[in-house]
Design a protein around this ligand. Structure first.
Ligand code: 18C
Length: 262
């Protein structure tokens, strides 16, 4: 089945949420183009050797054990289903810097380095220090977009949305000896599932009670420096699980009083 899946993923195209183009558009296109396909590669197929690391209700977390130059860089993938909100609402919430510290447990503080467009922002983040190791920092571009031609789960309505975060260098934040620069490639892909039949043309009758958001989240993080593999693996599993639970409940609360935006 693998070549078929690859052919389908090859067709995925991303469309900017707002535009206009900016100086990093080619870089964003390259990253989103590759990562949107990677996120959809099923964990059950191929020679990826993915292992189910954690399961809790609709949440499943998979990991593939991998080390590069003695550093643990285990790729992580997760799936989750969150009731009462749409794919667009979840991606918008994940992208929105103003509510990030409500759900982001690994971050101590962050700063916007560059607002390239409404859909593309460059951040510098200081992560919480894990005693006794050196504090980590990241510099990354965050981009929100719509994906077309993505594989659609059963009972899906509306579009597929994605937020892609990827590390880059920025002249205003040189690497210093005070902190370790961690790097990341992260993708949050969301699709809206409807739990009842809707006749074509009747989409405006859909309410919050009718929908759930299917999440696929993938993270490739290199923590940099050296840390004991067992510590990195324990923290990674704990943090991705906490993240999925926390962002789900925060996003549900945030949209509760608002009309559904498909
Ligand atoms: O995607 C998420 N958040 C986005 C917005 O912030 C963004 C961030 C990605 C996280 C990158 C992590 C970089 C390493 C940070 C150091 C770890 C600090 C841990 C502090 C714990 C209190 O895309 C949601 C992120 C959800 C987390 C995903 C799992 C990340 C794996 C992290 C590897 C663990 C490294 C531990 C190194 C510790 C050294 C002893």
């Amino acid at each position: 089945a693998q070549p078929q899946i690859e052919a389908v993923l090859e067709d995925i195209v991303h469309k900017p949420y707002t535009g206009p183009e900016h100086k990093l558009t080619p870089l964003v296109n390259e990253h989103v183009g590759k990562y949107s396909k990677y996120v959809f590669e099923p964990v059950e197929s191929g020679d990826g050797n993915w292992q189910l690391a954690h399961e809790d209700g609709d949440m499943k977390v998979y990991r593939r054990e991998l080390e590069e130059d003695g550093v643990v860089v285990d790729p992580l993938k997760a799936q989750h289903i969150v009731k009462g909100l749409s794919a667009f609402e979840m991606c918008k919430y994940f992208f929105d810097k103003d509510t990030r510290l409500d759900w982001e447990g690994t971050v101590e503080s962050f700063k916007v380095l560059d607002k390239l467009a409404d859909d593309s922002v460059v951040f510098h983040q200081l992560h919480k220090r894990v005693w006794p190791s050196t504090q980590r920092e990241t510099v990354f571009c965050s981009h929100i977009c719509m994906l077309t031609n993505a594989p659609r789960p059963e009972n899906m309505v509306g579009h597929t949305w994605m937020v892609c975060n990827f590390s880059m260098e920025h002249p205003s934040v040189p690497i210093t000896s005070k902190m370790i620069r961690a790097t990341l490639n992260v993708g949050l892909v969301c699709q809206t599932i409807i739990n009842r039949q809707v006749e074509p043309g009747q989409e405006s009758s859909i309410t919050r009670d009718d929908v759930s958001c299917k999440i696929i989240y993938a993270a490739n993080v290199n923590p940099g420096g050296w840390a004991p593999p067992s510590v990195v693996r324990t923290i990674a599993k704990r943090e991705i699980t906490k993240f999925l639970k926390k962002i789900s409940s925060c996003a549900q609360k945030a949209v509760l009083e608002q009309p559904l935006t498909l």
